[in-house]
Design a protein around this ligand. Structure first.
Ligand code: NDP
Length: 452
């Protein structure tokens, strides 16, 4: 991200200066803090008690950060060493909750940006969950199942002592799906001698997992876009949709878009994107990505009318709705320009912070409905909290029941963000609305619980 962050309102500038000087090599973390501070300046103006109690100064500092060595042996018998992270940001609303990311780009800045955002996202869901995030610079691509298992076991050999159903409850994220969660949970069970279902979410449905957890983030992002459009009397029906990524979030965003009568025409991975004007063949995409764990370019071999564009993102394809669902800063000002020129009406972020600050500003100025990840992708963690409830009660809800609960939660997330934007004088600004609504809930809880 090469864009310069704009100047903040005077009331929050001092905090941001401290964040920058204390975390000098953490651009993603600074970017995430900048966005929240920009939004909550009006909240602080109307709540002097938050300022006196130093709520913001405390929130930008994680409660605890854990970094650790993860040694493992590859199939050739060579020793490998990765770095593990868990940043426990805030437990004021409940146990730390947030996923684990395994990707070579992972560093402390990325884990902190994700953990910081998670505080407000989780608050916005209305559930009793705090904010945290973790992961490693380990790359599961191209590794055998046995290598992934040995890595996960070594990772958990350290992390287990920081987890627990009332302490910290991880889940998946980039590079951490059902296979990895199985190995991680298994090692936790072995070390602790406890089958503690509620200490991990995203588990297999046969051993404590919840229906709809796999689908929840992608479905939820579509529901959020549906709610934004509904305010203006519009719907998904007949619309063309661009989706980036081809992982967990992207696949289920595509599935739900079809169910609502739209045509998703793109999918991508880190090598490029495919454009299929007839609509993405979801069964084929799932086979390539979930079964064969292959590259997206394989798609065009079986769909000759589709095109693969190497090294590019899908934002050059004219669409009505865009659902960025791959990674942070994957959609910049140039991409926003092309989407706006192509007539985009709504953008809902399935990924975390996929749009750069300049791109967000362009969408808002052009009147494009923009749902930030903090609100639009909250369905994943919200369904994780439902999984925790089912584990605690030793119950299992049906798919339809779980999806209906997800739908209600996403409507509430939308309405909270919408109402907060109106309250602070910026109707339709879901960035401000999501940050302000999440922050208010966290700040009141921090006030009540004292200076700790
Ligand atoms: P997956 O690992 O299942 O899929 C990630 C997808 O994004 C893959 O297609 C991957 O391609 C692509 N991708 C990853 N890094 C890059 C990159 N640097 N450039 C281009 N493409 C990239 O992850 P998820 O679908 O779970 O997560 C996607 C996003 O959604 C992340 O931002 C995550 O934080 C966010 N999210 C996920 C939630 C969940 O429940 N899973 C909940 C809330 C947010 P490749 O295989 O080539 O790397």
């Amino acid at each position: 991200m090469t864009e310069t962050l704009h100047a903040l309102p005077a009331s929050v500038r001092g905090v941001f200066d401290t964040v920058q000087s204390r975390n000098p090599h953490e651009p993603e973390f600074q970017q995430a803090v900048h966005e929240v501070l920009d939004s909550i300046a009006p909240v602080l103006d109307s709540h002097p008690q938050f300022v006196e109690a130093g709520i913001v100064e405390r929130l930008v500092e994680p409660e605890r950060q854990i970094m650790f060595r993860v040694p493992w042996v590859d199939d050739a018998g060579s020793l490998q060493v990765n770095r593990g992270y868990r940043v426990q940001f805030s437990s004021v609303l409940g146990p730390y909750k947030g996923g684990l990311r395994f990707h070579p780009s992972v560093n402390l800045s990325i884990i902190k940006f994700l953990g910081f955002e998670q505080i407000f996202k989780n608050a916005l869901t209305g559930q009793g969950i705090g904010g945290g995030k973790g992961g490693s610079d380990f790359d599961p691509h191209g590794k055998s199942d046995a290598e992934v298992m040995r890595f996960c076991q070594s990772f958990m050999n350290e992390l287990y002592r920081h987890l627990g159903e009332h302490t910290d409850v991880p889940a998946g994220d980039i590079g951490v799906g059902g296979r990895e969660i199985g190995y991680l949970f298994g090692q936790y069970r072995k070390i602790t001698n406890r089958h503690e279902s509620g200490m991990f979410t995203g588990k297999g449905v046969q051993w404590g997992g919840a229906e709809v957890r796999t689908e929840a983030t992608g479905y939820g992002a579509v529901f959020f876009a549906q709610d934004m459009l509904a305010v203006h009397g519009e719907s998904f029906d007949g619309k063309r949709v661009a989706v980036s990524g081809s992982g967990n979030v992207a696949i289920y965003a595509i599935e739900k878009s079809y169910q609502l009568g739209a045509t998703p025409v793109t999918a991508s991975d880190s090598s490029g994107y495919v454009h299929d004007e007839n609509g993405i063949d979801l069964a084929l995409l799932r086979r390539i990505k979930e079964v064969e764990r292959g590259r997206i370019s394989a798609y065009v071999a079986e769909r000759p009318n589709a095109t693969f564009v190497e090294g590019a993102t899908p934002w050059e394809v004219p669409v009505d709705i865009a659902l960025p669902s791959a990674t942070q800063n994957e959609l910049d000002e140039h991409d926003a320009y092309r989407l706006i020129a192509g007539g985009v009406r709504a953008v809902a972020e399935g990924a975390n912070m996929p749009s750069t600050p300049g791109a967000v500003a362009m969408f808002q100025e052009a009147g494009v409905l923009f749902g930030p990840g903090k609100a639009a992708n909250a369905g994943g963690v919200a369904t994780s909290a439902l999984e925790m409830s089912q584990n605690a009660a030793r119950q299992r809800w049906s798919f339809d029941d779980s999806e209906a609960r997800l739908r209600t939660i996403m409507q509430n997330v939308h309405d909270s963000a919408f109402a907060a934007a109106e309250k602070y004088g910026r109707p339709g600004d879901y960035v401000l609305g999501a940050n302000a609504a999440g922050f208010e809930r966290v700040a009141h809880a921090m006030l009540a619980q004292g200076i700790i």
